[in-house]
Design a protein around this ligand. Structure first.
Ligand code: PGA
Length: 256
């Protein structure tokens, strides 16, 4: 059985101080829980080092929200995978729709970043998702498979089985509009089937697929209960202690 994974994407919110308070609050609840899911927090870069220190010897792992695919060089403003591993990061979100929309990420850069992440022992959380226009014009599944195809060029199956795909319909991110559990499951199943067609059963059955887009305590259990959904990438609700904890509890229930 695939272990559910809940990741909190803090985006460009908070400070080192507010992030520390959040993590300490998570720690105080999670330390008394037997966890049957993985938990990741992805703070802004400046708060990562503190987050790693505060989560040492806890069940929480730390991820970055993006990275460059080069190891070093003249790339002003970028952060390299070496810098992330140096501070103790284990996961990295790649190709979030906000990165694609505002910072020019493409399927090619996503592909390069996935390879670079694995090279440096970082687990990529690879985001795909359709716009409202694409959904309304019936192009959702074509679009998602084309994003995946581009993302996975020359990525070997041993790596694909380790990565995490986050299906995040753009129209559901930060809007309060969640995909229904059926809509989310339909696409997550398609993602798994497409990986099966590119690789094999073993790889498709191992890859963990998250849903993201306005996940909150009230819809988490229903979404996470779907057979092809193995967790959630959570934005807004990951900044609210009770919300994030309740989502983790829902995953724990499913994973138990
Ligand atoms: P949201 O964001 O939960 O605030 O909709 C999800 C995401 O962008 O990863």
């Amino acid at each position: 059985m695939r272990k559910p994974i809940i990741a909190g994407n803090w985006k460009m919110n908070g400070t080192i101080a507010s992030g520390s308070i959040l993590i300490e609050a998570f720690n105080s609840v999670l330390q008394d829980m037997e966890l049957s899911c993985d938990v990741v927090v992805c703070p802004p870069f400046t708060a990562i080092e503190r987050a790693v220190a505060l989560t040492r010897d806890t069940a929480i792992a730390v991820g970055a929200q993006t990275m460059d695919y080069h190891d070093a060089g003249a790339f002003t403003g970028e952060i390299s995978p070496l810098m992330l591993t140096e501070v103790g990061v284990n996961y990295v979100i790649i190709g979030h729709s906000e990165r694609r929309e505002y910072y020019g990420e493409t399927d090619e850069t996503v592909n390069a970043k996935i390879k670079s992440a694995f090279h440096h022992n970082l687990t990529p959380i690879v985001c795909v998702g359709e716009s409202l226009e694409q959904r309304e014009s019936g192009h959702t599944l074509d679009w998602i498979t084309s994003q995946l195809k581009g993302a996975l060029v020359d990525v070997p199956k041993e790596q694909v089985s380790q990565l995490i795909v986050a299906y995040e319909p753009i129209w559901a991110i930060g809007t309060g509009k969640t995909a229904t559990a059926d809509q989310a499951e339909e696409v997550c199943k398609e993602i798994r089937d497409y990986i099966r067609s590119l690789y094999d059963d073993e790889t498709a059955d191992a890859v963990r697929i998250q849903y993201g887009g306005s996940v909150k305590s009230e819809n988490a259990l229903e979404i996470l209960g779907e057979p092809n959904i193995d967790g959630a990438l959570v934005g807004g609700a990951s900044l609210v202690v009770d919300e994030f904890i309740d989502i983790i509890k829902a995953a724990n229930q499913i994973g138990a």
